[in-house]
Design a protein around this ligand. Structure first.
Ligand code: UDP
Length: 348
């Protein structure tokens, strides 16, 4: 019998929301995992205590090699998830974003090519796509590229770096363009430093943990005037990452492929607020605010290629996503309160 193709993996950005969930999911499947995180934005306590973690910045050429050294110099796949990810912040600090996300990808790809890693999977983003797509309601992988923000530009260049490395070195690689990663899986709750994402902020606003939510723009050319996004459950995101690694391992040398990872359904900011109110049974206080720089009206995936080639069939149950996000957040808040010897006062 052939050995299972994914026995050892390296995950950059292991302390992040997607990274920590992927690490736990891989370990549950008995994959040996080494994490990498600078801990500038990630959380060491998002990882189980026995996960080997290389504390380092991926823009440094030696960081991936240090992780590989912990697994005898070889891994079946590297998942490159470490990045700066905030659209609004990227508008303020474009050079910082380009450095972290492009130079970081260059260094990771070079280390993978050098070590002859069979599969490199990059977390890219729907932010690489242009806002003007004619009358296309959903966007497949042929959609026009044209980032509206420095964040999107950094991911566009990261994809180019990956494709060039594959062509030049034979590295098999995949770029997964994530739409809005949501929900929770394997008990890992969404948290960011600082938190800027809609669903966690709406939940915390409803609970009175943060000030009222600001709705960024109510004059967009969408049915209810607020932005349309494609919220995809973390369970499907992790399934896509794992399937992408298997795809690259099985692909011929130098293969490179892009996949859109969404649910295929567009949901407005007002619809998200409605779901949070339904699930929590409390109002979400919000203030209608100006548009956020770098945002665009609508971003919704066509997931045909994801289904056909990776065998991932994403669900699109918004209430379930909110419920899973809330439950994971409550569990994490309870765990932290217990650590402090002070049980959470939050009532689920
Ligand atoms: N959004 C909002 N208020 C917030 C955070 C986000 O109105 O406090 C909107 C944002 O303009 C976008 C959608 O919610 O249309 C999703 O934003 P998020 O930051 O969660 O993800 P992004 O789409 O930027 O990747």
């Amino acid at each position: 019998m052939a050995p299972p193709p994914l026995q050892t993996a390296i995950v950059t950005g292991a302390g992040g929301f997607v990274g920590s969930t992927l690490v736990r999911s891989l370990r549950e499947a008995h994959v040996r995992v080494v994490g990498i995180d600078s801990l500038e934005r990630g959380f060491a306590d998002s990882l189980d205590g026995d996960v080997p973690l290389v504390h380092g910045d991926v823009t440094h050429p030696d960081t991936v090699a240090r992780a590989l050294a912990q697994v005898g110099g070889r891994a079946d796949a590297v998942f490159h998830l470490a990045a700066l990810i905030q659209v609004g912040e990227s508008v303020q600090q474009p050079a910082r974003y380009l450095h972290a996300n492009v130079v970081g990808t260059e260094a990771v790809a070079a280390a993978c090519a050098q070590a002859r890693v069979p599969a490199l999977v990059l977390a890219s983003s729907a932010a690489v796509l242009a806002s003007d797509q004619g009358d296309r309601a959903t966007l497949d992988e042929t959609a026009r590229i044209g980032p509206e923000s420095p964040y999107g530009e950094s991911k566009r260049r990261a994809e180019q770096v990956l494709a060039a490395h594959s062509a030049q070195t034979g590295l098999a690689s995949v770029a997964l363009r994530f739409f809005n990663v949501s929900g929770a899986h394997c008990g890992c709750a969404e948290r960011h430093k600082p938190e800027t994402h809609l669903i966690p902020l709406a939940i915390r606003s409803a609970l009175g943990e943060v000030p009222p939510l600001r709705v960024f723009g109510t004059d967009w050319p969408t049915p209810d005037g607020t932005c349309l996004r494609d919220y995809v459950h973390m369970r499907d995101v992790v399934a896509s990452l794992r399937a992408a690694a298997f795809w690259a391992i099985a692909a011929s040398a130098g293969s490179h492929r892009v996949f859109h990872v969404g649910s295929g359904v567009g949901t407005s900011v007002r619809q998200v607020i409605g779901a949070v109110e339904r699930v929590l049974g409390r109002p979400v206080p919000y203030i209608e605010s100006p548009r956020r720089p770098g945002d665009i009206a609508a971003l919704v995936a066509d997931v045909g290629r994801l289904r056909a080639e990776l065998g991932v069939h994403p669900a699109c149950d918004l209430d379930q996503m909110v419920r899973d996000a809330w439950m994971a957040w409550l569990a994490q808040a309870g765990a932290h309160a217990t650590v402090r010897g002070n049980r959470s006062s939050i009532d689920p």
